[in-house]
Design a protein around this ligand. Structure first.
Ligand code: DGL
Length: 267
């Protein structure tokens, strides 16, 4: 089936999901929009974020011919997808449901943690999604303001990040969890530091891989899988500085991101 998989995030975070989708479904075409012009989403009122998500999803369908939308952003997912699903006529896949399922499948002690943006954590979306799995777990969650900003600056190692991580993750460390979900698509870029702070007994769960499996499943169900072999075409666009996006994006995603187009929100 022709038409790319359309994907968006506030910036670079969704590239963790893009990487997983490109690796799992190499012959699929993909269009990724990083809304760096309006980043960050995590500290904005959810109705605003919901409006951005709506613009991005309809542009991906109308301007790029996307056959499915992957909301590669927890905050945009937490802002509510029911309206979005009604607005576009293609499958919409989110990152929260696959992440929640993976988290409850990973824990053996039943004590789990979720970290994310202020918007995601305060929305209670993970609490609801984990409850919907029916698996009884004790959940402790924490917002991690500052993590996204480090990633957007390309600062993913060093003492400053470690000091912030030690402070923000302290309640999760104290809760003795055995599995921690990175409930923001930016956070896998900080996984080494987060893992170092959490210690070797805690398994980090990233929704990127699970989301890629969900994309494959959903496209298969809808008869939309492109199974023709070869490499798909991967396009990347940004609402901010496209040179910055290409430079940092290629460092974070890999060689597929060798060009960035401009994307502008409708006026
Ligand atoms: N990457 C996004 C998420 O998964 C949000 C980052 C931001 O605050 O813009 O929540």
């Amino acid at each position: 089936m022709s038409g790319p998989i359309g994907m968006f995030d506030s910036g670079f975070g969704g590239l963790t999901v893009a990487r997983a989708v490109i690796d799992l479904l190499p012959s699929e075409d993909l269009v990724y929009v990083g809304d760096t012009g309006r980043y960050p989403y995590g500290s904005k009122p959810l109705p605003d974020v919901r409006g951005y998500a709506s613009e991005l999803a309809s542009s991906l369908v109308t301007d790029f011919g996307a056959k499915a939308i992957v909301v590669a952003c927890n905050t945009a997912t937490a802002a509510g997808l029911d309206d979005l699903r009604a607005e576009v006529d293609v499958p919409v896949i989110d990152v929260i449901t696959p992440g929640a399922k993976s988290l409850v499948a990973t824990t053996t002690t039943g004590r789990v943690g979720v970290i994310g943006t202020v918007g995601t954590i305060s929305s209670g979306a993970y609490m609801r999604s984990i409850a919907a799995t029916g698996v009884p777990v004790n959940l402790v969650s924490a917002a991690c303001p500052g993590f996204v900003e480090f990633v957007e600056r390309g600062q993913i190692t060093g003492d400053e990040v470690t000091v912030l991580a030690e402070r923000l993750l302290a309640p999760i460390v104290d809760a003795n969890v055995d599995a921690l979900l990175l409930g923001c698509t930016h956070y896998p870029f900080l996984a080494r530091i987060i893992s170092d702070v959490m210690g070797p007994l805690v398994t980090l769960v990233s929704s990127a891989d699970e989301t890629a499996f969900a994309v494959r499943r959903r496209l298969g169900e809808a008869g939309l899988l492109r199974d023709v072999g070869g490499r798909g075409v991967h396009r990347f666009a940004s609402s901010g500085d496209i040179n910055v996006f290409r430079e940092l994006g290629s460092r974070l995603l890999g060689p597929e991101l060798d060009h960035t187009e401009s994307w502008a929100a409708p006026r």
